[in-house]
Write a protein that binds this ligand. Structure first.
Ligand SMILES: [Cu+2]
Length: 108
């Protein structure tokens, strides 16, 4: 579970923990634990000018206590950011360990 934190008084918008490592096919859940009225997103990519932004996942705007989950079915490093707080460096990364085995009947 990754918390989405920060408020309009203190700022300090962040994902906590911002760097997580999971196994292939694990599901990561994000929850908006900011005060009411603070919206966040979980958006794949290095930032909104990244042509791949949102390619794997994009939660859309999340209000208080809303959750978003995503299951990582391929290994790799998945950077993401929060659209409303991109300029506060509200970013995170999910590292997915494991290998996809390819057999005669395709991927399994
Ligand atoms: Cu945010």
């Amino acid at each position: 579970m990754v918390e989405m934190l920060g408020d309009h008084v203190q700022g300090d918008f962040r994902f906590s923990p911002a760097d997580v490592t999971v196994r292939l096919d694990d599901t990561v859940i994000w929850i908006n634990n900011s005060p009411p009225g603070v919206m966040h997103t979980v958006t794949y990519g290095m930032g909104s000018d990244d042509p791949m932004a949102g390619f794997y996942f994009d939660s859309g705007l999340m209000g208080g206590r809303e959750t978003f989950s995503y299951t990582f079915s391929e290994p790799g490093t998945f950077p993401y950011f929060c659209i409303p707080h991109e300029f506060f460096d509200m970013t995170g990364v999910v590292r997915v360990r494991g290998t996809i085995k390819k057999g005669p009947h395709g991927t399994y």
